[in-house]
Every structure is written in C-alpha cells, then in structure tokens.
Design a protein around this ligand. Structure first.
Ligand code: SF4
Length: 488
C-alpha cells in the first residue's frame, strides 16, 4: 500500500519525561542524571520525523516546565503536538535505573496522559494523514483509550491504514485473554474490503508462542514484541497482518524470519526504545510502497543503528538523552507550585523558580499527593483535625473535608506515593506548598475551616521529612507563591 508522499502519520500515545539514573546507588546520581522526551509514541514520532515524515502526536503534557521543554523539543524535531497542555495534571514521568547497561523502570507517573478524552481529537486530527499508529500504552486509561478507538474508527472510514504496537506485557497483565483481545481490536469491526490476513509466525523456527490468528477485525497491522506474543496467547486479537519484533534476532513477518544482520547488535544488549524506532522505519517504508518483509528489514536496520548509538550495553546514554546540568538529585515540588492547577479550587500556586527551570538545568518532579491519593480536582478543601501530618501518620488525627468526609486514607496513600518517588530518584530535597494539609511544611490550617493557621506539617511533608528529605516551603527555596485561601 503506497501512500502519497507528504501524507502525515498520526501517532496516539503517552508523552513522558524519561529520567535516567546511571549506576544508581546510595548516591543515586553519581553515574549521571539524564532526561529525554519519552514514551513509546514519542520515540516512534521522533523517529518518523527524523526520516522526513510529517508527524502529528495525539498526547498530552502538563502545564509545568517539563511539559514546556518536551513541547519545544518535539516542535523543533518536526513533531506537531495536537493537544494543548493539561491544566490540572503534571507532565508524566518514568524513572529508569541503568545498571550494567540494562534499564529498569522503577517508578511511573502517567500524569497529564490521563487527562485525554474524546473531545481532544476528531475528524480534523486526521486531516492530511495517511496512517494512524496507536501505542498500546494509550489503551490503559479509559480517556486515552476512548481517543484511540475513536480515531481508529475514523481512520478506518477514511481508508487510512491503522497499526498498533500493544507495548509490554506488564501494561495489560491484569486483563484476561478475552478482554485483552477486545482492547487490542480498537473497537474496529470487520472491514468488508479486507481479506483474511495470513497466520502469525509459528513452528520450530518461530518465536516461543504462536501469534493469535490474524483476521478481518482489528487494526490492519499489529506490531507486538515476542514477549507480548506470550501475553497474547489465547486472546482473539484479530489484525490484518502481524509483525513480531524478536530482539536481536530480528523480526517475523507472516511466519518468515527477517533476520537482523549478524553482528549489528550484540547478544544481551539493552534494546529499550529500539522497537519504537523499528515501528517508525517499517511504517515509513510501507507508506513508500515496500512490502512488509522489506519494510521489516528497514525496521531492523534502523533499530540496530539506534541501539549502536549508545543506548545499549555501554554506560553512555543513547540518542535523545540530555545530561542534567546540575547533576543534583531531582527535587520534588508541589505540583501547584510548578504551574499545575492541582489545588482544591482548580488553581495553581505558581512558584517562579520551578516554573522557569527546564529539566535539563535543574530537575524538578512535580507531585500532588492529594491527586496521587485518588482525589479529583477541583475538590472540597480539607484540613487536619486533631493534630498535624505526623499525628495523621501515627493514626492520632484525621483529614476531614469541608463536607465532613474522612479523607485520611487518600492522604496517606498520596504521601506513600510521594515517598516512593523520593526513594526512586534518591531525592534529598522537597519544595512544598506551605499551609496545605498534605504539603504544609511549617504551617497548616487548624481544622476548623475558619482560616486560622497553626504550627505543623502536612501528611506528605511529614512522610518525606521522616524519610530524611529536607522539606522546604517555597519561600525558603527562593520561591514566593504568597498566601492562599483556607485548605491549602
Ligand atoms: S499543596 Fe500539595 S496537595 Fe495541595 S494542590 Fe498543591 S501539590 Fe497538591
């Protein structure tokens, strides 16, 4: 299927700030701290743009400095971000540790990626497009999944080709085969114009498990890894054609092995990100008129070049990673101080220093413990009754909102999440919004909803201080957000 030159690819998926800590240990960043625009969809979009394809990315960042930095980076690479930043959720981030050349995900915050819904994409999103590619990570949360399904339906009606990379098995670990098959079908009905596709690879030379039978429903092209094939066992994942990415061995196209040229990638190399680059090269080649086997060869070559760029095996980061200038451990910051309207009243409490610092200069990781605990924005204000954050942690006080609801467990959950993040990045400092029942560092409201303040820390501030972090109000960290209404 040759697609006219100049037609763009629309990619749907998550936008993440990837944070890489090399040789993490007690001094977490002694080996180096790096950041990049990340997420499977972003890496695929960047690789397509590098190949000269016009690309639009349907994904969302937050209105914090990390989101602005990623937006600039994508624009300068030629990728159009079609959705404006989220007001109320911070840019998502993934914390990776690299030991002996292998990356391990230790913390994921989806953040603004959750704030995507059907109103963020429509017919106009596909104008000028020749191909829709969906990253499986967009199918995890209901809002982004609705966007992916809606765009897939529109693309099918317009006769565009639809591909799907289902991502990694752990993303769908809780789904049974039937639900997994339904999820990966993208809600696409049988296309009367499409013939039954060829069976997936099987047999002694193929990957360990056969791919579920291809069929007339679902995306036109499924691009799973060999590991994902195991997860798909028993799922009726109908797709027109299937290309399985099998690490350093190459790929499988309809049962045929398309081997990677020997020696291009050393056995055991860390291939993270290579599958996304493979997708981009394959899509670009098919759009240019190549058959699938030839396109898979192009994918192999592009992935090998990407891996050889330093991503695998060595301690040097690969393409796209940018060393953080200060090399200090990341600083946790209240999301509302970083420009995110996460406060109970749906507003931010912006702090100028954090809002102005791009992550490659000083890395701030915004966290809103109340959102992390499961509370929505806006929400009823809450105060601690019977003590402070330390007393809440001891079980001697409670957090009550203005409507009388007991939110203690949500506040504890959010504080735990902040502690997990601090541990994952080896943080030694947190800049928090004073006077909040979560983030207050020196003052909190007295529990009467009268506007009166009392000395004490919020729940998350107390938990982070117990972990040993230096917990500072914005005023002492060179930021002055000013006094705010009762509750925060
Ligand atoms: S003060 Fe803390 S809990 Fe409250 S909105 Fe800001 S980040 Fe969230």
């Amino acid at each position: 299927m040759k697609v006219p030159a100049g037609k763009r690819v629309v990619v749907v998926g998550e936008v993440m700030l990837d944070v890489l800590c090399l040789s993490p240990g007690p001094a977490l960043t002694e080996g180096g701290l790096y950041v990049r625009a990340g997420g499977s969809a972003v890496l695929t979009a960047l690789a397509l743009a590098a190949a000269g394809r016009p690309v639009a990315l349907v994904g969302r960042v937050g209105s914090d400095a990390n989101g602005a930095w990623i937006g600039d980076l994508l624009r300068s690479a030629g990728v159009t971000l079609t959705v404006p930043p989220s007001r109320t959720l911070a840019t998502g981030y993934v914390i990776l540790h690299r030991r002996r050349g292998v990356d391990r995900v230790v913390y994921v915050e989806r953040g603004a990626n959750r704030d995507l819904g059907p109103e963020d994409a429509g017919e106009q999103t596909l104008d000028g497009a020749g191909w829709l590619h969906v990253s499986g990570y967009s199918l995890i949360e209901p809002g982004p999944a609705a966007v992916a399904r809606s765009l897939a339906g529109l693309a099918r009606r317009r006769g565009l080709r639809v591909s799907l990379d289902p991502g990694v098995p752990r993303a769908f670990g809780r789904l049974g085969p039937e639900e997994l098959g339904r999820t990966l079908s993208l809600g696409l009905e049988a296309d009367p114009g499409r013939a039954q596709g060829p069976a997936g690879p099987a047999g002694p030379a193929g990957p360990a498990a056969p791919v579920p039978p291809a069929g007339p429903d679902g995306p036109d092209l499924l691009l799973p890894s060999a590991a994902m094939v195991q997860c798909l066992r028993g799922a009726r994942t109908a797709a027109g054609e299937v290309v399985v990415k099998d690490g350093e061995s190459g790929a499988w196209v309809a049962g045929e092995h398309v081997a990677l040229e020997p020696g291009l990638v050393r056995p055991g190399a860390d291939l993270s990100g290579a599958g996304d680059v493979f997708n981009a090269a394959l899509i670009d080649a098919v759009m240019a008129g190549s058959d699938l086997a030839d396109a898979a060869r192009r994918g192999n070559d592009a992935a090998a070049v990407f891996v050889a760029g330093g991503l695998a095996g060595s301690s040097a980061p690969g393409r796209g990673w940018i060393r953080v200038r200060t090399q200090e451990p990341p600083v946790l910051i209240s999301a509302c101080l970083a420009g995110v309207a996460s406060a109970y009243d749906g507003r931010h409490r912006i702090g100028p220093v954090a809002a102005a610092s791009p992550p490659d200069e000083v890395l701030h990781l915004p966290v809103c413990p109340e959102q992390a605990g499961g509370l929505s924005t806006p929400r009823s204000p809450a105060e601690i009754r019977g003590g402070d954050g330390d007393a809440v942690i001891r079980g001697a006080a409670a957090v009550i909102d203005r409507d009388g609801r007991d939110l203690t467990s949500a506040f504890i959950r959010g504080a735990r999440r902040a502690v997990d993040l601090a541990r994952a990045v080896g943080a030694v400092r947190a800049v928090l919004k004073d006077e909040s029942p979560s983030c207050g560092t020196t003052l909190i409201h007295d529990g009467t909803f009268s506007g009166r303040l009392t000395a004490g820390r919020g729940v998350a501030a107390a938990a982070l201080a117990r972990l040993g972090l230096d917990v500072l109000p914005a005023s002492l960290a060179g930021e002055d957000p000013g006094r705010t209404p009762a509750g925060e």
